[in-house]
Ligand binder design. Structure first.
Ligand code: ADP
Ligand code: MG
Ligand code: MG
Length: 247
């Protein structure tokens, strides 16, 4: 599904990604772990096509297409979803409005009819239920006054509604208490664990991986993958730390 080959990227002339290679097949969940500043969020932004992140080498193929040639909205319409470490607030726009616009914009790019208000609300209720998020939260302005956990659950509702083929989730577990962590983990499984889907799960901690079992665990250090293993690698990291494992 996703084939990253020798990817190099810079921010403001500083090299951050340093020859990163990674391949995710359909049906797989890959975890990326690594110390602060390793380039994890940079990888997510480059995959999403965020301005200011300059790719200076390498290639990224997504579902057989050259991802780096696509505009951000084309990437989303092609089935790529990005979950952010720091979700933005959008005062004046309700979650319901925002999510319906986002979904219908993607449907338009794919040449599909927009979803009616009624059908959309049905879909939104189903996904909110999955994430145990009250529908009242979805009527409020996007993320305004939301707790950290509510932001992450609202983002997972968004993922459920957009139903992407591939999700890159950047520290979706940050700021979650134990109960929210379980709900979010189970939500990721319900939405993304399918033979035709793939997930890149970026996390600092092993605990989310108790709920979302990765097929592979990669350690990112200084902008490249320095070690790959199975779920046991995450356990080892938790016990011994990055320095001992990735040195
Ligand atoms: P991680 O998510 O693994 O903690 P990041 O991708 O956020 O790491 O950051 C990787 C490196 O890039 C860090 O050294 C960080 O300081 C640097 N960096 C991130 N964003 C910017 C920016 N906008 N301008 C300059 N340097 C940046
Ligand atoms: Mg960080
Ligand atoms: Mg980060």
């Amino acid at each position: 599904m996703l084939k990253i080959d020798n990817l190099q990227a810079e921010i403001g002339g500083t090299r951050i990604l340093n020859g990163l290679s990674l391949e995710v097949n359909a049906g797989e969940v890959h975890a990326i772990m690594g110390p602060n500043g390793a380039g994890k969020s940079t990888l997510a932004y480059v995959l999403g096509g965020r301005p200011g992140y300059e790719v200076t080498g390498g290639s990224v193929e997504f579902l057989g297409r050259d991802l780096l040639e696509m505009e951000p909205h084309e990437r989303a319409a092609a089935g790529l979803f990005l979950g952010f470490q720091y979700p933005v607030e959008i005062p004046g726009v309700s979650n319901v409005q925002f999510l319906r616009e986002a979904l219908n914009a993607q449907r338009q790019v794919r040449g599909e009819e927009p979803l009616s208000g009624g059908d959309f609300l049905k879909l939104a209720k189903e996904k909110a239920g999955l994430l145990k998020l009250d529908m009242d939260m979805l009527k409020r302005h996007v993320n305004v006054g939301f707790s950290g956990g509510e932001k992450k659950r609202a983002e997972m509702v968004q993922m459920g509604i957009l139903d992407p083929q591939f999700a890159v989730l950047d520290e979706t577990d940050s700021g979650l208490d134990i109960d929210a962590l379980r709900v979010v983990g189970e939500g990721i499984n319900a939405i993304m664990r399918a033979p035709e889907k793939g997930v890149l799960l970026i996390t600092h901690y092993q605990r989310l991986l108790d709920y979302v079992k990765p097929d592979y665990v990669h350690i990112l250090s200084k902008g490249r993958i320095v070690k790959t293993g199975g779920p046991e690698l995450a356990q080892q990291l938790e016990r011994e730390g990055y320095e001992a494992v990735a040195a």
